[in-house]
Design a protein around this ligand. Structure first.
Ligand code: SAM
Length: 221
């Protein structure tokens, strides 16, 4: 059954909330088809609603993970971790955020449980739930802040070697606003430099975490 595109007249008037239908979602994602099928490709949707675009991106990425790595559960989990952890969303409505996280989780879990049945691990399901809870956030994509006024902060997840994951957190503002990354005399020592383009200054993380096995990332809290 097709998903509802409008929840209420008030929500349309107050928040411009009209969800995109499946056919349009697919047609738009097909414009960047290669990226939607690249497992580690980063997607950030600043008004993600209940996840029409992000759920389809995840579905496409996980189809590639299953096809390439489905024979080994360990390999599948590592690459599914990469696929999920590179998807980000923001929405101003808390119920949309919760529905978006739930949809992405169900998309993942349906495939994971289907592949590995009783061998599928709750431990890994909890990791995916945790990653979605910090990657899909409630906030205002115009002011780049949460309801409490604090800045929206996203984790960057990198699979470093084998099963080890490095997490660095960045403010949404620093990822968008190049001016924040302009060097001043005092801070130049702190800035990372893009190895491929030494002229380009990268934003500074607001927090770094010790390297961990992908099954242990929630233990940072
Ligand atoms: C037109 S709907 C699109 C939702 C989804 N992208 C889709 O295509 O189905 C717009 C969404 O933006 C959200 N929104 C409105 N103002 C926002 C803001 N300042 N920051 C973040 N989200 C906002 C609404 O809650 C709504 O979910």
């Amino acid at each position: 059954m097709a998903r509802q595109q409008v929840k209420s007249k008030e929500r349309v008037e107050e928040h411009g909330e009209v969800f995109t239908n499946e056919r349009e979602v697919n047609a738009m994602l097909d414009l960047v088809k290669q990226e939607t099928e690249r497992i580690e490709s980063r997607f950030l949707e600043p008004a993600c609603g209940d996840g029409n675009f992000l759920a389809e991106v995840l579905r496409r990425k996980l189809a590639v993970v299953a096809q390439r790595y489905g024979k080994s559960q360990l390999e599948y989990e590592r690459y599914a971790f990469l696929a999920v952890s590179s998807i980000y969303g923001v929405d101003i409505m808390q119920d949309n955020v919760e529905e978006c996280r739930r949809r992405l989780f169900d998309e993942f879990d349906g495939i994971y449980t289907g592949l590995y049945k009783s061998e599928a691990k709750d431990e890994f399901r909890n990791v995916v739930r945790y990653v979605l809870s910090v990657n899909i956030l409630c906030g205002d994509a115009l002011t780049l802040t949460k309801a409490d006024g604090d800045p929206i902060v996203f984790p960057e997840w990198s699979l470093v070697s084998g099963s080890k994951v490095k997490r660095r957190d960045y403010t949404f503002a620093s990822l968008l606003d190049k001016s924040e990354a302009q060097p001043t005399f005092d801070m130049i020592e702190d800035l990372d430099v893009d190895k491929d383009d030494p002229e380009k200054i990268l934003p500074t993380p607001v927090r770094e975490y010790p390297m961990r096995n992908y099954l242990e990332v929630a233990e940072n809290e």
